[in-house]
Design a protein around this ligand. Structure first.
Ligand SMILES: [Zn+2]
Ligand SMILES: [Zn+2]
Ligand SMILES: [Zn+2]
Length: 149
């Protein structure tokens, strides 16, 4: 990315939107946005801090996390939790999805929409609980691991 250039949409308006929420548009925050704009899919908070520090050694983790909170309010990122509970961020989530993690082989998959809606409707049918499947990672054993013992 051109260091002096403008950010690609929808990131180009983030500075204004942060200011509307009372946050200053600082070089550190711009670095966070640049790193997110270059990322796709999933990024952990720790990854993001590390990538920001690679560009700007003065990056403070609390600035990164505070910025992520506001970006989540703006719908530009969405947090969920990995198998061990750590926060993972979906960058510009297109579709809500949960994750499956196999505790034996360590693989992680995104839940298909059909799998997610089967789980959601099962809970809804039991007692009307609206489960937020995109917030969690379901831990278990994949077919191959479960079949090998
Ligand atoms: Zn959470
Ligand atoms: Zn497995
Ligand atoms: Zn995901």
């Amino acid at each position: 990315m051109d260091a002096n250039g403008s950010l690609p949409a929808p990131w180009d308006t983030v500075g204004d939107r942060l200011r509307e929420r009372g946050l200053r548009w600082t070089p550190q925050r711009r670095t966070v946005i640049e790193v997110l704009a270059a990322a796709d899919g999933h990024v952990t908070g720790a990854d993001l801090v590390e990538r920001c520090r690679a560009r700007d050694a003065s990056t403070i983790p609390s600035t990164v996390y505070r910025t992520l909170d506001v970006l989540e309010e703006l719908g530009l990122v969405r947090h969920g939790h990995g198998a061990d509970g750590h926060e993972e961020f979906h960058v510009r989530p297109q579709e809500e999805h949960g994750h499956l993690h196999c505790a034996d082989c360590g693989a992680t998959w995104e839940l298909e929409t059909s799998q997610a809606s089967a789980i959601e409707s099962a809970f809804r049918a039991i007692d009307g609980f609206e489960i937020d499947i995109a917030h969690v990672t379901l831990v278990g054993r994949c077919r191959a691991c479960a079949g090998s013992s």
